[in-house]
Design a protein around this ligand. Structure first.
Ligand code: NAP
Length: 320
């Protein structure tokens, strides 16, 4: 099932192989899709099902709102059931949806296909890679900020940066030029796992506590000791699992982030507040699982995880 493919998209093998298939037209997926389309790149959205495709067709495209200006991008869309081969796939769904969503697309992946995984946290990337052993999986860590104002409308809220890397293969992909053309700030890094671990640790030290103390990030300044204890355990975990660089100065950075983002509500706080499923399984959950795999006792981190799971289930939210 395919909608509105402009004539110049049809029948050209080179164009097909350089097409950006984007799985998930949520906040980040839409942000990437609109910027790539605006730079003249071939983009196809892959939507959840026929019903979502119909809803998308009805509005005629994605709207990117940037600095108060809204622009509509009529990007072609399809569902996983389409039969065209996929050479390049940006996986832009939540961590808990990634494995299943990619498994559905596996039969469409061309030889030498490349996947870019935008998921926060850790654990989903390996689950995806196991589904597609013949594809190259590139991990990404993004500090850009976007939110959905309404369906098919994304607000580019926070400028940031994207780190991309492939632990198994240092070869720089040729499509990085597309990101330059689309003004998507990025850098290729051999240390992508260090970046992902560092972001995960920052998340573990801040986000769950904002939920449990019902406060903005700045509210954690009143819980300095609790934060410091968690940072000490997270540092131990990072050192134990071969990520000493991610452990360097963690406590100081957590303090800096708390001050710099004092007025903000954390993403986990916002998810819980709005009754949305969190990515806890791939953040604090992943940290606790790795600690247990290393027989490392981290009592405060484990207690934090238990308290958070209780908090989520009391609100009827999934714990995985
Ligand atoms: P989001 O707004 O919830 O978007 C996720 C999208 O994935 C939704 O549009 C959803 O479809 C779609 N989806 C789920 N399963 C699918 C499937 N099987 N087939 C097709 N589409 C599917 O999430 P997000 O905020 O963009 O976050 C994506 C990832 O980026 C997360 O891991 C997040 O932590 C990370 N991240 C986000 C930001 C940010 O500012 N938003 C920043 C850094 C990192 P429906 O619309 O039909 O539900």
């Amino acid at each position: 099932m395919t909608v509105k493919i402009p004539a110049h998209y049809n029948g050209c093998e080179t164009l097909m192989s350089s097409t950006w298939h984007i799985l998930g037209a949520g906040s980040l997926g839409s942000l990437w899709a609109c910027r790539l389309a605006r730079a003249g790149k071939a983009v196809r959205l892959i939507l959840r099902d026929a019903e979502r495709l119909k809803a998308y067709e009805a509005v005629g495209g994605l709207t990117l709102i940037e600095k108060g200006r809204a622009q509509l991008h009529a990007i072609p869309a399809q569902t996983a059931d389409d039969s065209t081969p996929i050479h390049r796939l940006l996986v832009a769904c939540k961590a808990y949806d990634a494995e299943h969503a990619v498994a559905r697309l596996a039969p469409r992946l061309a030889h030498g296909a490349e996947l870019i995984l935008l998921q926060n946290g850790l654990g989903s990337q390996d689950a995806v890679a196991n589904q597609v052993p013949h594809a190259r999986c590139i991990f990404a860590s993004s500090t850009e900020g976007a939110f959905r104002q309404a369906d098919w409308q994304v607000n580019f809220a926070g400028h940031g940066f994207n780190w991309l890397g492939d632990q198994a293969n240092p070869l720089v992909p040729e499509w990085l030029d597309d990101l330059n053309d689309a003004a998507i700030p990025h850098q290729w890094t051999p240390d992508i796992l260090t970046r992902l671990w560092r972001k995960l640790a920052l998340n573990c030290a801040i986000n769950p506590l904002t939920v449990l103390h019902d406060c903005r990030n700045g509210g954690l300044e009143e819980h300095h000791c609790e934060v410091a204890t968690l940072c000490a355990e997270l540092t131990e975990l990072l050192q134990c699992c071969g990520q000493p660089e991610a452990a360097n100065g963690l406590s100081e950075e957590v303090e800096r982030v708390i001050k710099a983002t004092a007025a903000n509500y954390s993403s986990m706080y916002q998810d819980v507040h709005q009754g949305r499923r969190t990515e806890i399984h791939y953040l604090l959950g992943h940290a606790c699982r790795v600690a247990s795999r290393h027989s490392l006792e981290l009592p405060h981190l484990e207690r934090l995880y238990r308290r958070l799971l209780e908090h989520l289930s009391a609100r009827g939210l999934p714990c995985d």
